[in-house]
Write a protein that binds this ligand. Structure first.
Ligand SMILES: [Zn+2]
Length: 351
């Protein structure tokens, strides 16, 4: 008799397992089917889009906008060069040395030594860190060796001028790209246009636009306690708004007694706009205006360059389109070298 009970119990267990497996299969089935359908659709779409991008239709469209693409990419390169403008500014060269941390304890202090190499970071006391946050420009000049003189002012002015053009260029370039895409939207299959826009942009040969503002220099004051447990940080980001203010600050400090006119205008956002309005938003060199090209990037140029003693005054400023400004000889060469250095194309030692 006990043998029979055992068989019954065993039978029940087998039946229960069977029920559980059936339930799981029943529940999983739709998910499997849906996954297979979606995966299949995705594969089919990939094949379709690949075929389309290799088709003659697409090649013809690409050819038809070739000039616009080239123009966009050139402007993109120009913007990237403008962003490098800040590299021109060097703080005072005190020579080179190496600092070693020989401590046998307080390993947390290693965090502190990581930042030694960054010349935009200053390790300081908690008080300096706090004060830097209330008087950023004063502490910036003092602790980062920014000399307060006309040369520094001129350098920061050209940085601001280039950064402002880069920021505006980014918007205009994006508009121009949207315009191009809009114009060809009717010739592109709706599926490709809606689902593969990024791939479409890439296949058309339009380079990616870096819209981030990571290129703005950030000066950091940092306090880390000896044990590494307490710390504070103050960042001063030289974006357009802050550069505008910083230049005003420098101007107030540098008293222009040497200047013939006794006064010198500042290259502020406001002045740039005044010059553009005066010049009727037209390039003084080639005559192209925003009426001819809606997304034309206009820049402000010093007729007599700052490097050759030219000053920032309305009669020494003119509006140029980015292409004409770029082709102004030495300026473009200098920028190109810096740009290539940034990208590691040129070996610095050979220069
Ligand atoms: Zn021009």
């Amino acid at each position: 008799m006990p043998g029979n009970i055992l068989i019954i119990i065993l039978g029940l267990i087998v039946y229960a397992v069977y029920l559980i497996i059936s339930a799981v299969v029943f529940l999983i089935q739709p998910i499997v089917i849906i996954t297979i359908i979606c995966g299949g659709m995705l594969i089919i779409y990939q094949i379709y889009s690949n075929l389309y991008f290799n088709s003659n239709d697409f090649k013809n469209i690409k050819d038809s906008i070739k000039d616009h693409t080239k123009n966009c990419n050139e402007l993109n390169h120009h913007i990237e060069e403008l962003k490098c403008s800040y590299v021109n500014i060097k703080s005072y060269d005190y020579g080179e040395s190496h600092l070693y941390d020989n401590s046998n304890y307080n390993f947390k202090r290693k965090e502190w030594s990581k930042d030694f190499k960054s010349n935009l970071k200053h390790n300081c006391s908690a008080t300096v860190c706090k004060n830097a946050s209330t008087q950023p420009f004063k502490y910036l000049c003092k602790y980062f060796d920014i000399e307060i003189n006309e040369e520094t002012l001129s350098n920061f002015e050209s940085v601001l001028n280039d950064f402002a053009a880069a920021e505006q260029g980014k918007i205009l370039l994006q508009n121009e790209r949207d315009l191009i895409l809009n114009n060809i939207s009717n010739s592109i299959p709706i599926l490709i246009y809606s689902f593969s826009k990024n791939k479409l942009i890439k296949k058309l040969g339009l380079e990616a636009i870096d819209l981030s503002d990571l290129y703005f220099p950030i000066y950091t004051f940092q306090y880390v306690s000896p044990g590494g447990n307490s710390s504070s940080k103050c960042d001063i980001k030289l974006n357009i708004e802050n550069l505008d203010k910083f230049i005003k600050h420098l101007h107030d400090l540098v008293k222009f007694r040497k200047s013939i006119e006794g006064q010198r205008a500042l290259m502020t956002s406001n002045l740039r706009e005044i010059i553009k309005i005066r010049d009727n938003y037209t390039c003084k060199k080639c005559g192209l205006s925003i009426n001819d090209e809606k997304n034309l990037l206009l820049e402000i140029d010093h007729i007599v360059p700052l490097a050759k003693g030219g000053i920032t005054s309305e009669n020494n400023l003119q509006t140029l389109c980015w292409k004409c400004n770029r082709s102004k000889g030495s300026k473009v060469e200098a920028r190109q070298i810096i740009f290539n250095m940034e990208k590691g194309i040129i070996d610095k030692k050979k220069l």
